[in-house]
Design a protein around this ligand. Sequence first.
Ligand code: ATP
Ligand code: MG
Length: 1002
Amino acid sequence: MALAAGAGMLEGVTAAGVSPIFVGRAEQLASLAAALATVRRGEPAAVLLGGETGVGKTRLVTEFAERLAGSGRALAGGCLELGPAGLPFAPFTAVLRQLARELGAAGVGALLAGRPASELGRLLPELADPAGQSDEAYQGEARARLFEQVLGLLERLARIAPVALIIEDAHWADRSTRDLLTFLIGNLPDVRGLLIVVTFRSDELTRKHPLRPLLAELGRISWVERLELPRLTRPEAAAQMAAILAQEPSPAVIDSVFRRSEGNPLFVEHLLGCESMVPASLRDLVFASVQRLPEETAELLRVAAAGGSRLGHALLTRVTGLAEEDLARVLRPAVAANVLLADGDGYQFRHALIQEVMHEDLLPGEHGRLHVRYAEAITADPTLVPAGRASVELARHWSAAHDLTWALISAWQAAAEAGRTLAYSEQLGMLTRVLELWDRVPDAAQRIGADHVSVLATAAEVAELSGESERGTAFVTAALREVDPAAEPARAALLLDQRAALAAQGHLVVSSEDLKQALRLVSDGRHEAVRARVLASLAQLLHKQNADEQAHAAAAEALAVAREESEPRTQAEALLTLAVLAPEGAVSAAGADVLGLLAEARAAAEEARDCGVLIRAAISESHVLEGLGEHVRAAEVARTGLAEAARYGLSRTSGAILAVNVAEPLVAAGRWADADEVITRAIAAPSTGPHRSELWRLSGTLALARGDLASADYAAGRAADLLAPTRYRAESHLPHRQLQIELAAAHDQAADALAVARDTLATRDLQSSPRYSWPLLRAVAQVAADVLARPAAARDAADADLAAGVLAAATEQAAKLSVHGPVQVALRLTFQAEAARADGTPADGRTLWWAAVAEWDQLGEPLPLGYALYRAAEATLSGAAGNRTVAETPLRRAAEIARELGANRLLADASRLARRARITLPGEPSAAEPTEPPAPALTPRETEVLRLVATGASNAAIAAELFISAKTVSVHVSSILAKLGASSRGEAAAIAHRRGLLAASD
Ligand SMILES: Nc1ncnc2c1ncn2[C@@H]1O[C@H](COP(=O)(O)OP(=O)(O)OP(=O)(O)O)[C@@H](O)[C@H]1O
Ligand SMILES: [Mg+2]
């Protein structure tokens, strides 16, 4: 048997040997190499590698990392099995430590040159800013910034040479690590040369395992590939045995070991030493191999196991009380037998299972005593554990030792420590522990120097930061029960304010009762700063409840008081609310005023150093500019905000809103390709909620204009799914209704379109939001006019009745609806022109359509401009005074605009009209359309693939969408091209649209 050096002193010890030869796995290595090639090309890639315990995930990534040497850098870190007292961000700390070791402090410093490293110092104190602690002013965003800095560091490193970041054992990942991983993977498109590989035990993923939803979420991202590592085949297992034994095993051994191991290489290793034994489980197997170690070694391993799966040499020396040489002697067999791995200054169990088994082997009394010993050793000398970990370790040991007082104290300290590393969910875990122990520890408040209410309030704050609004609400409510408002009015008011914020975060139906009560508590003139803050919160809430007048009064007062009290953050909040409240269309005349308010808000937010508020300002400003029809500026402001949000790692939350604010003006301005890019990228990033739904809605609107109804249907469906669970907001729901109406009409289902229109007009309050109501009314009028303008013979009587009713209701709404700014002026004109078309009064129509042309031209919105030109031409042609020569120019221009945009529906309409009027459009054959051969038969799968090809999706994206491999996709695509006689994907898409190949199915 091949044993490590020093086998001479290990007589009688048989333990698992490791195969020096890496067996099989050619396919998986090739996949990893392909992913690396992808990131080398500058495209994003990540691999999720699953496999059962011991199947060889670590070995595979280690071998891959070794093959990387010279051409790239591998950074690896593993998650640890530590339960609720876990070390947040553990794998990232390990990665940073590796980097610091490899590059030296100076090398890392060079990577960080000129950039704040403060947040990284939270993970690895060596990297802390020597100038002092990080900027506490931005505490709220510090976690986001930490994420951003980790990404930035990796990005700069990857610029030197490609980097493979390997995060192992994600099934043990704490919430913070999972969040950071999601963030990094979501942002890969912005980073060149970074490959992320995540390994996890697929056999540990129980139904409720927290990694499951994450894997599902990541799996939907087009650049994420999932690999499942299978067991070894029989010849592979035989090769592994031969390599371990350094000689060919007998067929009988191969047979017995393969049968019992089933090809799991870890089993193979362990079974090879004990062919006769039949283990009930891997656990027994591991246990058996440890039992063959000398008793003093096994005893020491039990002691070590209580310390965790990795522990330092000094700590072990202290706890065992053994002298250096003795410790080395006792441990040597364990190291030689591959049970413990020794590195620079500590030990690690080679397999977590071994640590578990040894820890369980302790007797109950022994168990408690040992943990006390660890706790005392760490208390006496905190440097025995890695910097920043002492309190977490102590909390774990005191809890295990059932010492409640010390468990409470150390949990409190550990909570503070977790807060410093921005691991909110771990911090919350520790605070919960403090609260659990509270009643069982006399003098708890004195012990930790904080009373019960402040522990509750802190817990609520942390819950808010980690997005757990329901738990947060429960904490505040408990705190409020203990505070006497008469004695401590400001404290009670702040708690009430906090509860209102939590309720708003949770999208609950929010009442203003808490805030009003808070206000009563601090209205005695002695707590003005608190009063300003509560007023600002109240203003926001009242605005959400559509009580705009009261909201305005509250915001104005909040602003005045906050100015007096020099509270810039409250000022910024109040100013933003005032800006949003300015009558929508303060846009034209008073538009400047709104922009002034926003500029002031931005300045205050900068002074308060609150990037959350800063981003809110960018959102509001781009929104106002878009309302003014200033599409280009709106897109610019939103784009800057988007960059800002990304810099603070807030791309998931604020990023989705800002992406909508970038894309919407681009769509309006006719920059559809740019809009596509923004939308595609934002949709690919993981986010949820109403803003994601708006991204899909915009994507549907574009597809519809392009005449790609299948994609438009798909996008509208996604938008509807995302919107369903959210509460009604005019800005999301009305445009969505509009898309549904337009889509049904495009499918020639006028009755459905009109039914949705009728329902919307009857049930939604259009008057309070002209910005979203005008576009909707215009669309409704268009559908109604399409029905009513048909020649009587072609008209369905029921449809016509419905259309007339809907148009009447719409006209009634339009008559009352206010008009703010040039966009709404153009929309109203268009609405009126559609109504004239429905009435069949071409003379009025002509004038109105030409007026609309002028407005849209002025605004630089090519699609409605092209449409108005087309209708103007139509109105010119119809009626007794029909005039072909006059109609020719607008019709040609409409067709040109449509062709340039790729607005195929408008182009088709214009061409049809041109044919009827015998006008020849530029670039179009004047002869009758050539007859095409019958449509080729595509399989249903090919139709699905073609539909996605038509959206411009890549093979990889199609593969992800249909859950097939990219290779299969490319086979389908070749077959489709052949069947359609197309030479490119673009051409195939064009043929598909022209011949309606995508419309039929579903
Ligand atoms: N292809 C291989 N060739 C030779 N030895 C292998 C191979 N794959 C795995 N092994 C060996 O099998 C043992 C278990 O492998 P490894 O630790 O990589 O499993 P794992 O999947 O990471 O397990 P865990 O889920 O416990 O982390 C190791 O000693 C490893 O060296
Ligand atoms: Mg492993």
